[in-house]
Design a protein around this ligand. Structure first.
Ligand code: NAP
Length: 507
């Protein structure tokens, strides 16, 4: 089972020793602490020994060269090797020595030697990386490294794709290999490290800035991603978008998979540019399902896939499922449409013959329009740009409408699919209070905040209201069930998202 190594961010050994979080981690099964000797301004043989007394054996000891991201103090090769030798003698599990540092006559004393290389500016070409791997693998004490570690800096997720070949190269040579791509786009290299036989991955302390950009916290790795359990046979799921950091899908799906006792890990993938090469590469790591968010909804339609009838009608997919049994290898669904209609039916009962006015004519409006039309509703589209309202109304077999007409019509249901009212513009509403028909059902697809201005006004008008959270969870539940063929733990998925949204609203 791979470990989670929590990198010390402290600038003094004294601070590390006083840090209760790190002291507790030293004795937590499945965890290692990385002592970054180059960072400590109070490093001397005595303070190093004090730290080793606390953290060995569950530690990785590193004394980086400045050109490989080293910290506060410059040490000569001889000094660095002496610190590492002392760490090995004191029982540290791993010592990390850059390939640039000669290790002749280095006695590991039972520690494992990581031979490492760092490039903080780019991802070198694959041939160069393979040559670097060979050099590192063959240069450990006694003629070979116990672990090869290569850390690089991608600009986009596409830069990280050749790293798959490098991981497979390391696996074929049977030397444990750790490849780390720094930054948000490199998250997959950290979370999936165990799938490729890496002995550990790096996380940061809670609230710590992290010693490399893009490092998740140890708690995220442990509790959200279940890092230590991820094996070669675990399916991978992902949400693709840009930006993606705010997405609640990783929380909802990982929490759901864990609660259902299923193997599977769900990653946020920040993709600039075409998603297809990323998906094709991640399939090699077991990618089975994908959620699609802005701006990839259109690009994804160019991928060869079989679409379900709803996705064909809506003209958009928000979900891909991988098939192995027949071509095309992707199956595309639109789970938004069904989830939106389900959320409404849960409150209004049958939609058959009901008048549903949809505010907006974008992607969410399309999904809602086709979803409710399928349940027998009469659809009206109200939009800032009337031509788009006309076009969607024509496609769905409904009618375009102005706000003035909406007030006259007094529809049974109003659905907001514009971003008006969404955080941070929480004072905005697509309708004024007087424009909301008394007694109608008002559904806002916006879910941050949970209670939008529109919903507040609707409640004041005596309307029944539905927040966008129900639709968000509903579409996630359908994805979960499509991918896993198991019943989704809806309540658990709902509650974790609700809790996270409430937390966000506090800040
Ligand atoms: P989209 O394709 O960009 O469409 C946005 C629509 O809102 C367009 O019709 C646009 O009108 C209209 N609009 C934008 N700004 C406006 C403004 N200031 N005043 C009036 N109308 C405005 O976006 P989308 O993908 O449909 O997403 C829209 C919202 O739906 C999101 O913000 C999200 O909160 C919500 N959503 C929720 C879920 C869920 O699961 N709960 C799922 C998907 C989406 P024009 O045509 O005139 O530009």
């Amino acid at each position: 089972m791979p470990d989670i190594c929590v990198a010390s961010h402290h600038s003094r050994i004294r601070d590390l020793l006083a840090d209760a979080e790190f002291r507790a981690l030293a004795n937590k099964p499945g965890f290692l602490v990385e002592l970054r000797l180059d960072q400590y301004t109070d490093l001397c043989p005595a303070s190093e020994q004090e730290a080793l007394n606390v953290f060995a054996p569950n530690c990785v000891v590193t004394c980086r060269h400045p050109e490989e991201g080293g910290g506060n103090t410059y040490y000569t090769d001889v000094e660095r090797v002496n610190f590492l030798r002392r760490a090995a003698e004191s029982g540290a599990k791993f010592v990390d020595v850059e390939g640039r540092t000669s290790l002749t006559n280095f006695d590991k004393c039972g520690a494992k030697a990581i031979r490492s290389f760092h490039d903080f500016h780019r991802v070198p070409p694959l041939q160069e990386l393979k040559a670097k791997w060979d050099e590192l693998a063959g240069s450990g004490p006694g003629g070979g490294a116990d672990v090869v570690k290569i850390a690089v800096m991608p600009q986009t997720i596409h830069d990280t794709l050749p790293l798959f070949d490098l991981l497979e190269y390391g696996q074929s040579k049977r030397v444990p290999t750790m490849i780390l791509a720094m930054g948000e786009v490199g998250l997959w290299t950290r979370v999936l490290a165990g799938k490729f036989g890496s002995p550990f991955t790096f996380g940061r302390g809670e609230g710590a800035p992290g010693t490399a950009p893009g490092q998740p916290t140890w708690r995220e790795l442990d509790e959200l991603y279940r890092f230590q359990e991820i094996g070669a046979d675990w399916p991978v799921y992902a949400v693709i978008g840009n930006p993606i950091g705010h997405s609640l899908s990783p929380l909802m799906h990982n929490t759901g998979l864990k609660a259902a006792g299923l193997k599977g890990v769900y990653l946020p993938l920040k993709i600039e540019g075409p998603p297809e090469p990323v998906l094709n590469t991640l399939v090699r790591a077991g990618l089975q399902g994908v959620s699609i968010t802005i701006p990839h909804k259109e690009a994804v339609m160019r991928i060869e896939m079989e679409k379900d009838p709803v996705a064909r009608q809506v003209g958009a997919v928000n979900t891909l499922a991988r098939r192995t049994e027949r071509k095309p290898l992707w199956y595309g669904m639109n789970t938004d449409a069904v989830a939106a209609a389900d959320s409404l039916v849960a409150v209004s009962g049958s939609l058959d013959g009901k008048n549903v006015a949809i505010l907006g004519a974008g992607g969410a409006a399309r999904a809602v329009a086709f979803g409710v039309k399928q349940r027998g509703a009469r659809v009206f589209i109200v939009n800032r740009t009337p031509e788009r309202a006309e076009s969607l109304a024509r496609e769905v077999g409904g009618a375009p409408m102005s706000i003035a007409k909406l007030v006259e019509l007094k529809p049974d249901v109003i659905v907001n699919t514009t971003p008006l009212g969404m955080h941070p513009n929480t004072d905005a509403s697509p309708l004024e209070k007087a424009q909301i028909p008394q007694g109608s059902i008002v559904f806002d697809t916006v879910y941050n905040p949970l209670r939008t201005k529109l919903l507040q006004l609707a409640e004041e008008r005596g309307c029944r209201t539905i927040g966008g959270l129900e639709m968000f969870v509903g579409q996630g539940v359908r994805q979960f069930e499509l991918w896993t063929k198991a019943t989704a733990p809806r309540e658990v998925m709902h509650d974790c998202v609700l809790k996270a949204l409430r937390e966000r609203q506090k800040h």
